[in-house]
Ligand binder design. Sequence first.
Ligand code: AMP
Ligand code: ZN
Length: 497
Amino acid sequence: MTAPLRLFNSLTRELETFHPVHPGEARVYSCGPTVYNYPHIGNMRAYVFADILGRTLSWKGYALTHVINITDVGHLTDDADAGEDKLEKAAAERAQSIWDIAKHYTEAYWADIDALNIRQPARWSVATDYIEPMLAFAKEIAPKHCYELDSGLYFDVSTVADYGRLARASTDEGEGRIEAVEGKRHPADFAIWRKTPPGEKRQMEWDSPWGRGAPGWHLECSVMSGKLLGFPFDIHTGGIDHREIHHPNEIAQNQAFTECGSLDDAACSGARVWMHNNFLVERSGKMSKSAGEFLRLQLLVDKGYPPLAYRMMCLQAHYRSELEFSWDGLGAALTRLKRLVMAVEALRAQVAEPVAEPEGGWTQLRAHDELDAVFLPYLARFDAAVSDDLNTPVALTVLEELLALKKADPREKLVAAAAMDTVLGLKLTTLTRSDLRLRPKAAAIAEAEIEAALARRKAARAEKDFATSDAIRDELAAKGVEVMDGDPLGWEWKLGS
Ligand code: AMP
Ligand code: ZN
């Protein structure tokens, strides 16, 4: 009846049937943001993906524990050991405290999470809250797996089996890694603890057996995931860039800590499944945080696009495909979202009792119990799509087919659509068309003024006073507003670009 959940495991490069470590549960860790700047919409794609994964696990009936970390220390400007700490650098440039910077950008990130209707994880784990456990972890693995240099404590990647398998790189290749630290035994060796150079004072530093300093970035994720979810947990997620350095290094630390052997047993990596979303790309390259101006969610909002149009854009692509951002593409996603919202609004108008998203979420089984037989094939196809490595592009088309069904009971149809939306997270049970109207911040005319003019025009047309009606249309056109009579999507006006 329900399809088995199959997920692509980057460690084995295979689609695998999901078997939870703890029956009935799903424990997921997602690498979170480094809070030295605003997240760009590419970063947010990683959390939309993790959210769809979490929602799908809930849909399949698993009790989900999701942890997302907040990196406020340790992440260097280069993922390998080169460069400066991103937060120290931002604080120095802006003459601000690191703590203020971290607080500001964490809150900005949470606002984006909220705007994209990404569910709150069970826990946001903040790296600096875990310094003691990081020191304990490092002390535990240091004797067998680490060596000390003047600059810090380093992990010797030759001490664990199958180093780099996730990246398909070997110890000696050290793919993508720059030999930036003198004395490293292998190019791929990485810092567990970075000592503060003599004579320097950092804003964030702690005492350790290896001198005053700060933890390496990879250490924090091993420590927080292991502590909060227990090794091995079910699924570890991140963007595809993390497949190359960050996650192979986490895996090496986890193997050392758990004294587990070959990665032929995936659980030795610390998580049974490693999943990576592909990148959102933008031709001009503006998205990159380091290139000055970049595409963040607020820019979309300022140009008038509701954030959920971007969520829709993400869902239209499979998470493992590259997705190219364009304003036209975003506009098309908005139109598609609007069609869905209009269809659901029409159903809502026919149903006396409001149908809310059910408390505690849905499972595929529950939907099955509560719905009329006519909807079951749609639910089964929807389930098959999301169970097939989170195939949201197909799942969306199934929802659209369901909404296009003629002669179906509107209440049941609404319940089925609401059930599907627990996975898609498009807020279909509450959104209205007017929520989706383009509202550019730079518009020269207020919406209320447009609506008032259109109401006058409607009255004039009712009186067959076409001269006044045309005059009002021309006045609006002069102010950049195009009146759209008979628009199939129900837009009454749009702002000219
Ligand atoms: P960061 O804050 O740089 O650590 O990145 C946060 C998350 O966003 C990580 O999982 C990255 O892998 C992911 N990420 C970074 N750039 C992109 C992009 N252009 N598209 C999708 N995911 C990205
Ligand atoms: Zn991480």
